[in-house]
Each structure stands twice: as C-alpha cells, then as structure tokens.
Design a protein around this ligand. Structure first.
Ligand SMILES: Cc1cc2nc3c(=O)[nH]c(=O)nc-3n(C[C@H](O)[C@H](O)[C@H](O)COP(=O)(O)O)c2cc1C
Length: 204
C-alpha cells in the first residue's frame, strides 16, 4: 500500500464518473482481490464470501443487464436520466466486482454452531461489509475510483444465468471501478465527531 492505512481509508470515496482505463496491470487487481478475500475476517472463519470479477465485454454485459431490467420498470421520461447515469458512472468504467455470500456455507455454519444460528445472517452481512470496504479502499489505493451499488435482487436472475453462478450464491452488491474522471466533493460530517465518539478514563 502506497499510503498509510488511515490515509488509504480517508482517500476512499464514491466516485460516479469513471473511465475505461486501468492504472495497474489486471493481474495486480486480481492478486489484490485474492489477498483481500483470503484475509478479511468472518464469523468462526466461515469464509462465506464469494466474488465474481468482470472486465471488458463481460463488465459491459452486466451494465446492459441493469439497463434492461430498469428500462422495463421505469417510466420512459425518467429512464433517459437513469440511462445517462448508468453509462457515465458504471458502464464507462474498467470493471465490476460482484460480491456474494454463499448460502450453503452459511447453512453449514448454522448446523455446526447451533447456539449462534440466529446470528448467521447478521454476521454474514457484517463480514461482507468488511470485505466490501477493504475492496473499495484497495481499488482507490491502486488509483481507481469506485462506488457501491445494489441493483440486486432486480438483476439476480439474469446475472446468474449469464455467468452460470452457483444457485447457492446470493448477490449482495456490485462495485464498479475505473479511472476517476473527477474528484468527489469534500466529506460531509453531519455531526461534530465528538457527538459520535465517547471516551471514559481519559481527559482530552
Ligand atoms: C451499506 C452501504 C450501502 C450503499 N449503497 C449504495 C448504493 O446502492 N448506491 C450508491 O450509489 N451508493 C451507495 N452507498 C454509498 C454511500 O452513499 C456513500 O458511501 C456515502 O454517501 C458517503 O460518501 P463517500 O462514499 O463518498 O464517502 C452505500 C454505502 C454503504 C456503506
């Protein structure tokens, strides 16, 4: 990592204006994703996260699916703007990471650790959130811009059919990335940070 950890997480933003250019070799992107996938924590080390990485025409095909599914549901006059956003912010990028959780693995966890069975869904989402944050930060650290999207469950069927995704994999999120074309607006803090963080046993 070229930045410190705090610098890297501060640098991560939602970027909605992407170019189909990569600042790094594609093998480096995949090695980074593999590394993150192998080290992000999960409850009882269940490792239920699954990833699909789409580049080139496969990435385009995903955003065509999103466009098709939205077009059939959104009024024509509004859809023109939606289409513009899909193209400028996601389809125009270099690739997309699809983030999944494997229900078969989670079911096994419910059986293996029955005392915690009712926590499995919640912990699965939390673990996936950690994975998403690590991926997002790493992409930005490589020089990409990225964002986090949720066109599931709208696109689930078409995506499963196109890439023959295991029926047990549940789509959680989509992370399109590409070279950022502009800088995001400054971070907005809705509350002074000291209204969100308490400390006891220390005087500031
Ligand atoms: C769990 C979660 C779900 C999100 N879902 C979406 C989404 O579906 N579409 C989107 O454009 N941004 C989504 N975001 C991005 C947030 O809107 C964004 O992170 C927030 O406004 C702060 O902006 P920043 O990412 O530039 O720091 C999501 C973020 C989180 C943490």
């Amino acid at each position: 990592m070229s930045r410190t950890f705090i610098e890297a997480i501060s640098h991560r933003r939602s970027n909605y204006h992407l170019e189909n250019i990569s600042p790094v070799a594609t093998t480096h992107i995949l090695e980074t994703i593999d590394r993150i996938l192998s080290v992000v924590p999960s409850p009882f080390n269940v490792q239920s996260a699954r990833i699909v990485v789409l580049f080139d025409e496969q990435h385009i095909a995903l955003w065509d699916i999103v466009e098709r599914e939205l077009e059939s549901r959104i009024p024509k006059d509004i859809f023109a703007k939606t289409r513009q956003k899909l193209h400028r912010s996601f389809r125009s990028g270099f690739g997309t990471i699809l983030i999944y959780e494997d229900e078969a693995t989670l079911n096994k966890s419910r059986i293996d650790t029955p005392d915690y069975a009712e926590n499995v869904n919640r912990w699965s989402e939390q673990s996936s959130g950690m994975l998403q944050f690590a991926l997002w930060t790493a992409l930005e650290d490589m020089g990409f811009g990225a964002s986090l999207q949720h066109y599931n469950p709208l696109i689930d069927k078409a995506v499963s059919e196109r890439w023959l995704i295991d029926k047990s994999w549940r789509l959680i999120a989509q992370m399109p990335f590409g070279l950022p074309k502009d800088n995001p607006a400054p971070h907005i803090q809705k509350l002074p940070i000291h209204q969100r963080r308490l400390v006891f046993g220390f005087e500031e």
